[in-house]
Design a protein. Structure first.
Length: 373
């Protein structure tokens, strides 16, 4: 994209009070972003309000500096791109949502698989959930995503703490690709804890944002980016979520976009499961395994090096302590009562299971199984 064309698109995005809907109206009328800024005040007023016309005729204060920073960012590495509504490389799946972004900043691996994922939502599944999941919820996200990655299903999420991060990580561990849709400019990583994860995603997947470089992690940006997460995907899987959760916004948007909504059930005692249970009551598809999702999306799965499909209740007999533990948080005293093991033996077995990432130690002296089977 030439500097003049990029500058016009950027100016369109930075014009105060001009949203994506008004931008599309102007683009339809004049054919290109550059042509918009070549129109007279009279012509612009015929298509909109005087206030909007005045805004278009006034160069936004940060525009020149932002354009220079954006050009420098693009020149800084080969894995950086910007696509607009006028580009052939714009994700076709986003053209069908209610409010497609006018510009998308992209960072990552522009290989055949990643390109296919952004061009066709048929290859993508959104995975969302709590930023503060239970150990079981985080484990579910990673294990499910690992299977999806092995099945060549691109996992789309938001790079947030908790379920999002586990989903991205699992997809990469499964040998697959993943897309992170973020609520900041691509010149920063939020949260900072995910800096290494972001680098891994950029090597094998894509990081996408509609926000200009330098945009900080503003609260309002994260619900806004959710429409892109669901829009890129054929379906949305909610792993674990409270009743008041941004994940439910993504699920609602997916339903409004005519996409499949899936939810993993959890404990009736866990606040982090109530959002999923509410979705299931509203018609979301209850899933107990990654295979359930793949079957709904008509995708095949062959277990391989990425690990078997996780399923609740599978192979519990292989470890009597895990069988006695079940899937709820449990105290040491309760485990002793269930197993009859002496304290030293029980603690030794629990330590071995912790080191194998099969069991997590929770606050209050509780333990919870992390593996699904």
């Amino acid at each position: 994209m030439e500097a003049a064309e990029l500058g016009a698109w950027l100016r369109l995005a930075l014009t105060p009070g001009l949203g994506n809907t008004a931008s599309r109206k102007l683009l339809a009328a004049f054919g290109s972003a550059q042509a918009i800024f070549q129109q007279s005040a009279i012509t612009l007023r015929q298509l909109g309000s005087d206030k909007l016309a005045d805004a278009l005729l006034t160069e936004p204060e940060p525009w020149a500096a932002q354009l220079q920073a954006t050009l420098a960012w693009l020149d800084g590495a080969d894995n950086r791109r910007i696509v607009t509504l006028g580009d052939a490389g714009y994700p076709s799946a986003l053209l069908d949502i209610e409010d497609p972004p006018s510009m998308l900043y992209m960072l990552g691996a522009f290989d055949t698989r990643a390109q296919a994922a952004i061009k066709s939502g048929a290859l993508c599944l959104a995975m969302v959930g709590s930023r503060n999941p239970t150990p079981q919820g985080e484990s579910n996200a990673r294990q499910f995503a690992r299977v999806f990655g092995a099945a060549d299903l691109c996992v789309v999420s938001g790079l947030a703490l908790g379920v999002d991060g586990a989903a991205h990580d699992g997809a990469l561990l499964g040998g697959g690709t993943t897309i992170a849709v973020v609520g900041t400019g691509l010149d920063r990583v939020y949260p900072k804890k995910h800096l290494d994860l972001a680098h891994r995603i950029a090597q094998d997947g894509l990081i996408i944002s509609e926000f200009p470089l330098g945009t900080p992690p503003l609260t309002a940006n994260f619900p806004k980016r959710n429409r892109i997460i669901s829009g890129l995907s054929q379906g949305t899987l909610v792993v674990e979520a409270a009743l008041k959760s941004g994940s439910l916004i993504t699920a609602r948007l997916a339903a409004e976009q005519g996409k499949d909504v899936f939810a993993i059930p959890g404990s009736i005692h866990s606040p982090q499961s109530r959002g999923c249970h509410a979705l299931i009551k509203q018609g979301a598809k209850l899933v107990e395994s990654a295979q359930d999702v793949l079957e709904e999306l008509h995708l095949a799965y062959a277990p391989g090096s990425a690990g078997d499909d996780p399923k609740n209740g599978a192979d519990l007999a292989e470890n009597p302590l895990l069988s006695a533990m079940g899937f709820e948080p449990v105290s040491l005293d309760a485990l002793q009562a269930r197993t009859g093991l002496a304290t030293p033996a029980l603690q030794g077995q629990l330590l071995e299971l912790e080191m194998a990432d099969e069991v997590a130690r929770l606050p209050g002296g509780l333990f919870q199984r992390m593996s699904l089977g």
